[in-house]
Ligand binder design. Structure first.
Ligand code: ZN
Length: 186
């Protein structure tokens, strides 16, 4: 659970540390606004995708399911700045599927917390393996990190790409190729 009061105090300290005048009009409400906003953007802390992946449907024939272009917003845990982009999720059911919107919900559970893109990718793949027990899962995440584009090398538009393959996708290169082919067909 988010402790709003603590966040408000911390933001006030942070602003003071920057040498700001925390009593000026534009900043007066900032600690409170940030505390409220954090409740939303960090709502995934301590949450599991149980609520979304816990209810499955049976299918007989399990061809590859690909949900592409799931837009997400997350926060880099090293700098507390946003990183955002798209997640693409493929799995091969072994008798069990979930509603497609539940995949997007699962991405949100893991995106709404201080996060690393690599871990986000792995957590999505492992959650699907755990709840759906599919033949295989492949997750690709492409994102832009504000901690890279706002400072340092300043290359806007640079995408970081991470991939996690589980089960048959990890073993079978031709399945991975099928995934790439389906992804490119926009
Ligand atoms: Zn960062």
């Amino acid at each position: 659970m988010i402790d709003r009061e603590k966040i408000e105090q911390a933001v006030t300290l942070l602003l003071e540390g920057m040498g700001e005048d925390v009593t000026r009009e534009g900043l007066k409400e900032t600690p409170r606004r940030i505390a409220r906003m954090y409740e939303e953007i960090f709502a995934g802390i301590g949450q599991t995708p149980e609520e979304y992946l816990g209810k499955t449907f049976s299918v007989e024939d399990g061809g590859m399911v690909l949900e592409k272009g799931i837009v997400f917003y997350s926060t880099c845990e090293h700098h507390l700045l946003p990183f955002y982009g798209k997640a693409h999720i493929a799995y091969i059911p072994d008798g069990k599927v979930v509603g497609l919107s539940k995949l997007a919900r699962t991405v949100e559970v893991y995106a709404r917390r201080p996060q690393l893109q690599e871990r986000l990718t792995v957590q999505i793949a492992d959650a699907l393996m755990e709840y759906l027990q599919p033949k295989g899962v492949m997750v690709l995440v492409e994102a832009e990190h504000m901690c890279m584009t706002m400072r340092g090398i300043k290359k806007p538009g640079t995408q970081t790409v991470t991939v996690a393959a589980r089960g048959s996708f990890a073993k079978d290169k031709s399945l991975q190729e099928e995934f790439w082919r389906m992804l490119e067909r926009r």
